[in-house]
Design a protein around this ligand. Structure first.
Ligand code: GDP
Length: 455
């Protein structure tokens, strides 16, 4: 799921990396790529259009940010817009003030309703709720016993009519026949009230395609049970049909939320990206397999970063924005460009970065870092402590003009900060090398203030 979309998006954004400045043409090119990637992933055309328009507008008018380079800003904008089309905030079940909370499941046959009923029941039980499953899919042969099986697995009670008999025995007072799903639903709610179940999950029948009878039955169950949540269950693998199916259910029954199932399949993912925008209803849960555990609350932000395939680069961007003082970063950038970075600036930058957490963690957030575990483990915060201690052992004049740090000063600094002279030598030498390298990189990237490196 999302793999090819992910690859394509990451590929188009990667082209921006290393660019100090983005031209309008760069933005147009990346938007073209993103558009193709989305269309290829089966995202509905109107959704693609409005998405691209928003990205373009925002990228072109992007605020000048000292903490982020333009390429990072585009990644950030694409991510925010992806989160937006996936629904923004995570939407959770709204439980009724007066239990039981009624949750009705609707969707095509085979979309995964019955399986979902079991998953939801387990999920609710794990949160100390007492769900009752009500079997109103009396159409599909075996649906009732399937619900009984998943209910048992989830450790939840199932309320179901015995095939061919009336509820509660042949001659109960209600005289309900098992063939009427609306009556089963009503009786299920009554049962939940009597026996103090606090959530009722109503499994309904689906058809292979949309038809009026199906909609009428679902609407009948809805009217009889007055659900607090109606969840439209959508098989993510049905591709472009997802949008029309969702619209048909919205018109015929109405729903408060969407559950995407079969996200473990190799579908292209367009359904996930279109359904919220097209129906205006949030995706609430995601199902990723046949087992009861393969299920979770849907988090738009996590899904977006998964689609972008940027690892935790996005959280790194966020943290960088929070930690870096804009003016300070701008000053440092100008000094880097002109080759005038001092050890004092270096110390400040290092401390700003270290405020974000242990350095190994930070590197671990970079995409592709997963394969570099050993190297990361070797990054030692103690080494950085030592660097900090050495710089602190210098006078302000030495920090501002490291060239004045001669042999006798090096000895004094080493003694003062409890390290060997060779450690001080190493730090100073590396600093000069790094300063030279950064200045020439800044020149190549067209950073403001950059000029030929002069050490
Ligand atoms: P219903 O007709 O809507 O009740 O659908 P079912 O719950 O019977 O599901 C139809 C088929 O899809 C069953 O074989 C399920 O095991 C399978 N299924 C349901 N959800 C998922 C899922 O998230 N991933 C995968 N791979 N299979 C699923």
């Amino acid at each position: 799921m999302f793999e090819s979309l992910s690859d394509r998006l990451a590929g188009s954004l990667k082209d921006l990396r290393g660019k100090g400045r983005l031209s309008g043409a760069d933005i147009d090119a990346v938007c073209r790529e993103i558009r193709l990637a989305l269309l290829e992933a089966d995202v509905a055309l109107p959704v693609v259009r409005s998405f691209i328009t928003r990205i373009k507008e925002r990228a072109k008018g992007a605020e000048v940010s000292a903490a982020l380079n333009p390429a990072q800003q585009v990644v950030k904008i694409v991510n925010e817009e992806l989160v937006g089309i996936l629904g923004g905030e995570t939407r959770r079940i709204e439980f009724a003030k007066n239990p039981p909370t009624v949750i009705m499941l609707a969707g095509l046959q085979g979309s995964g309703k019955t399986t979902l009923a079991g998953k939801l029941a387990k999920w609710l039980k794990d949160q100390n709720h007492t769900p009752l499953l009500v079997a109103c899919d009396l159409q599909r042969p075996g649906a009732v016993s399937q619900l009984q099986i998943v209910g048992e697995r989830a450790g939840a009670t199932v309320y179901a009519p015995h095939p061919g008999t009336s509820i509660g025995g042949g001659d109960n007072a209600l005289g309900i026949t098992a063939a009427d799903p609306v009556e089963v639903a009503r009786a299920g709610i009554a049962e939940a009230k009597n026996k103090h179940f606090d959530v009722v999950i109503v499994d309904t029948a689906g058809r292979l395609g949309i038809d009026e009878e199906l909609m009428a039955q679902a609407a009948g169950i809805r009217d009889a049970t007055q659900p607090d949540e109606t969840l439209f269950v959508l098989d993510a693998m049905i591709g472009q049909d997802a949008v029309s199916t969702a619209q048909a259910f919205q018109d015929g029954v109405g729903f408060t939320g969407v559950v995407l199932t079969k996200l473990d399949g190799d579908a292209r993912g367009g359904a996930a990206l279109s359904v919220r925008e097209v129906t205006g209803r949030p995706i609430m849960f995601a199902s990723t397999g046949e087992k009861l555990e393969d299920f979770d609350v849907f988090h738009p932000d996590r899904m977006a970063s998964r689609i972008l395939g940027m690892g935790d680069l996005l959280s790194l961007i966020e943290q960088a924005e929070n930690v870096f003082d804009a003016q300070q970063a701008e000053d440092a950038a100008a000094k880097i460009g002109s080759g005038q970075l001092t050890l004092e600036d270096f110390l400040e930058q290092m401390m700003a970065i270290r405020k974000m957490g242990p350095i190994g963690n930070l590197l671990g957030m970079l995409p592709g870092a997963a394969g570099m575990k050993d190297a990361l483990a070797a990054v030692d915060d103690k080494q950085l402590d030592r660097v900090q201690a050495i710089i602190r052992g210098m006078t302000p004049a030495e920090r501002a003009d490291p060239k004045m740090i001669n042999a006798s000063r090096r000895l004094r600094i080493a003694n003062g900060s409890g390290v060997k002279v060779s450690d001080v030598n190493q730090l100073v030498d590396r600093f000069f090398e790094a300063r030279k390298m950064m200045a020439s990189m800044a020149g190549r990237m067209g950073m403001p203030g950059a000029r030929k490196a002069n050490q």
